[in-house]
Design a protein around this ligand. Structure first.
Ligand code: SF4
Length: 197
């Protein structure tokens, strides 16, 4: 039975799609259909009621994070609807872990639509330059993908309370250059573990 919501410590994670706007070489979904013993391969994308019902089976979480085996912001309207309902019913902060490609996917700046609904964006920067980004993340948008993720971080930092740019610690990556870029875009920086396949 696929998992729609799973908890790690006091954080509740939502797995609402397997579609993604990147194709990262290090993505754990290419090596395992489970994460922390949860089957994150979805048969179908869950409805609003499915997601809220999954959330309701948990107690004692203090943050809700959109993060599964796909890019949640592809389902932008669903994210907005669920984020609003979470704030209304549970009064917890909402975070989205994202690849930062949503403005290309939707053809407009979607950051204002997240303002007031989302407290934190954790954006996968993953590279200090377009060439490295393409090699690691295989953006279907080509070089525009790296430009888009940088623009997304910069726009978000001006509107969302907390914006974190992250990088997976792939061997050989210039992590300090990633950090410098993140800071120059107005975000904080976080390293993420690399799981070799
Ligand atoms: S953006 Fe995330 S879910 Fe999508 S391929 Fe990359 S690591 Fe996997």
């Amino acid at each position: 039975m696929p998992t729609l919501a799973y908890s790690i410590r006091n954080t509740l994670y939502l797995n609402i799609t397997n579609r993604c706007s990147n194709n990262c070489s290090f993505c754990i979904k290419f090596n395992s259909r489970t994460f922390h013993e949860n089957d994150l391969f979805l048969d179908t994308e869950p409805s609003f009621d499915d997601i809220m019902a999954a959330i309701a089976t948990f107690r004692d979480f203090d943050e809700v994070v959109f993060c599964g085996y796909g890019e949640s912001l592809i389902r932008l309207e669903m994210v907005k609807q669920v984020a609003e309902a979470v704030k209304l019913n549970y009064c917890t902060p909402v975070r989205i872990n994202t690849d930062g490609q949503a403005n290309l996917v939707h053809g407009r700046n979607i950051i204002p639509e997240l303002t007031g609904r989302v407290d934190c964006l954790s954006v996968s920067l993953n590279a200090p330059d377009a060439e490295t980004y393409m090699r690691l993340c295989h953006s279907p948008f080509g070089a525009a993908g790296f430009t888009a993720v940088c623009d997304f971080i910069r726009l978000a930092a001006a509107e969302i309370p907390e914006v974190i740019a992250s990088a997976v610690l792939v061997p050989g990556l210039d992590v300090e250059a990633c950090k410098a870029l993140a800071l120059s875009l107005g975000a904080s920086f976080r390293k993420r573990s690399y799981y070799a396949g």
